[in-house]
Design a protein around this ligand. Structure first.
Ligand code: FE2
Ligand code: FE2
Length: 269
């Protein structure tokens, strides 16, 4: 079995210390093989916030750590840095904004949908994404599991969040289908959403969307306490579990979805 821990939107600078501790302890106990940090690691892209995010990630016991930037990981008020060197602290602490990680059986393509000239909205850089997906799929072969992490989502739960969907969501979904992407990890709206893409996109092969909430930030929304997602890949099936903060201060599974694969791709049970 392979277990992926997805932590998102920590917004360090607005974190709740007790929740940080609870996530570190409980997520580590789940012994993930990979941790994916799906953007908005910091609140204002300050060096100290990135340092705190990095320490948090390092305290989570996973052999592989991957991250993508979110719109909050570029400075907002420091216009000079935003235009001249917006990703300097992201790069210093978390490395490349886009990359392919793979171990021969599965791959994770990390995509950066942010842009210094856009405030919150994301747009897939389609040519760059295609090159990364092509390289990942080539090294995996046709059946290896291909995951994507990209901060802004392909779909949202709340109608009010529709403006936060990726600007080129339909083209992005087409591209993902073309390369037989299996799971897409996103964040941004602080409202978890776990689903397949049937009834969402007209594409030749459907995939799983794992949208995560905010793991440790005070910036929670009504009906969505702090949470993280855990994806288990086993015997050809995928289970995505939403671990949400309870009143007793511990994280418990609040929702779980099981997906199986057929000729059309992935489908929720
Ligand atoms: Fe966020
Ligand atoms: Fe965001």
């Amino acid at each position: 079995m392979t277990r992926i821990l997805q932590v998102s939107d920590t917004h360090f600078g607005t974190e709740i210390d007790a929740v940080v501790e609870a996530v570190e302890k409980q997520a580590s106990a789940l012994k993930p093989d990979i941790m994916i940090f799906s953007g908005d690691l910091t609140q204002r892209a300050r060096s100290a916030e990135f340092a705190a995010a990095k320490k948090f990630a390092e305290r989570i016991n996973a052999p592989v750590h991957l991250a993508v930037p979110g719109n909050h990981d570029l400075p907002l008020y420091d216009m000079f840095t935003r235009l001249v060197n917006p990703y300097r602290f992201y790069r210093k602490f978390f490395g490349p904004r886009q990359q392919v990680w793979q171990d021969g059986r599965m791959a994770v393509v990390c995509l950066d949908a942010t842009h210094p000239l856009r405030h919150t909205r994301g747009k897939t850089k389609l040519d760059e994404a295609r090159a990364l997906l092509e390289s990942a799929r080539r090294s995996l072969g046709p059946v290896g599991l291909l995951c994507v992490a990209e901060h802004q989502p392909l779909d949202v739960k709340m109608p009010a969040d529709i403006p936060e969907i990726l600007i080129n969501a339909a083209e992005t979904a087409q591209l993902f289908a073309e390369f037989r992407v299996d799971i897409v990890f996103s964040g941004h709206v602080h409202m978890p959403l776990i689903r397949d893409t049937h009834k969402l996109f007209k594409i030749s092969r459907h995939f799983i969307i794992s949208g995560a909430g905010t793991a440790v930030s005070r910036r929670t929304r009504a009906g969505a306490p702090n949470s993280f997602n855990v994806v288990d890949i086993k015997d050809g099936g995928v289970t995505v579990a939403l671990h949400a903060l309870q009143k007793n201060g511990a994280f418990e599974i609040a929702h779980q979805a099981v997906f199986t694969r057929d000729d059309s791709g992935w489908r929720g049970a």
